[in-house]
Design a binder for this molecule. Sequence first.
Ligand SMILES: *[C@@H]1O[C@H](CO)[C@@H](O)[C@H](O)[C@H]1NC(C)=O
Ligand SMILES: *[C@@H]1O[C@H](CO)[C@@H](O)[C@H](O)[C@H]1NC(C)=O
Ligand SMILES: *[C@@H]1O[C@H](CO)[C@@H](O)[C@H](O)[C@H]1NC(C)=O
Ligand SMILES: *[C@@H]1O[C@H](CO)[C@@H](O)[C@H](O)[C@H]1NC(C)=O
Length: 317
Amino acid sequence: MLFFLTLLSPLLSSSVVNAIATASYSPISRRDISTHGTLTFTYPSQNITRATINNGPVNFVDRLFIDDILEFLTPLQNVTSSTPKIVIFDSSNPDFYLGHIDMTSLQVPITTAKKQMGADYVKFADLFQSITTTIFIAEINGRAFGAGNELIAQMDMRFVGPGARTGSFEEVLGLVAGGGGQTFLGSLLGKAKALEYLLSAKTFDGPTGETLGLFNKYYDDPTQLTQGVLQLAQRIARFPLVSINQTKSVLSYLNPPSDASKLDFQAFYDIEQFPEEQSNIRKFLQLSGNQTAGKFELGLGESVLGIYGLWNGAITP
Ligand SMILES: *[C@@H]1O[C@H](CO)[C@@H](O)[C@H](O)[C@H]1NC(C)=O
Ligand SMILES: *[C@@H]1O[C@H](CO)[C@@H](O)[C@H](O)[C@H]1NC(C)=O
Ligand SMILES: *[C@@H]1O[C@H](CO)[C@@H](O)[C@H](O)[C@H]1NC(C)=O
Ligand SMILES: *[C@@H]1O[C@H](CO)[C@@H](O)[C@H](O)[C@H]1NC(C)=O
């Protein structure tokens, strides 16, 4: 009996105990799919989680997506043996990496539910910064405008393929990228370039964004994009967590001041309720066929000029 216990104890102390610890302390069991199905999870190697976005025709940011991503990110605040060192966000939709916010949530009246959705959006965006024990990488090969652009700007690194088109179209409607988009683009690009792209609502394609330092690297081949990101992630994921955490923590001094982000978010809700902005939101919903994957959504960020009759109907190449 004693013999058996002696034999068993090394086993117990490693895999069994780890499994028990994981089960009791970590809500991060290895799931395949989030509650509402807007995120699917795969595990390309130890310490790395791939979260694949899949939410409707334009991959937009709505209540369901926000719930799912909060459900995924919140437990990552507690480090356990199963906490990923790296999370790679990609998309199952070849055209839309991550869409804008559900524009109906911006239409007056701004109900308690809509306000809560906005607050939860900011909450999960903040988690990209406050969780310093996991590195968030955006692997982008599709469109990411509006909220999608804000969120990639708040992840730790961005790698892009030939289909990547990102940007803020908010100013066209008289809105602002007030969920961290403006402040983080300011930090990433510097004031002059951030103002240029935000105010004119210009699009970043892969090579442009790489030159500006917004994207870590541009790949002209989607397979090389996926392989390149995975190789980098695997290299980082070998190293001890303490240094990964310390490096991400200390570099957060380069984040925009959180007061600025908070004030901008408040300003967003004041501005977006003005009559002209509400009228533009209605036009956006009409032109986009209620946010479906037609020419308008495919044509962002130029098609949005259709609000002023300044779009020729072509899809952004
Ligand atoms: C982290 O763990 C503590 C203690 O086990 C628990 O009370 C808390 O709810 C956990 N937080 C999250 C975000 O999971
Ligand atoms: C995963 O992380 C652990 C803990 O730091 C490390 O011992 C292990 O080698 C890593 N595995 C891989 C495949 O990187
Ligand atoms: C991560 O780094 C921060 C800043 O040094 C530190 O306060 C925190 O305890 C570290 N967390 C872990 C899990 O090492
Ligand atoms: C868009 O939705 C509104 C409100 O639900 C509806 O009245 C309108 O007919 C819809 N338009 C299209 C093109 O589906």
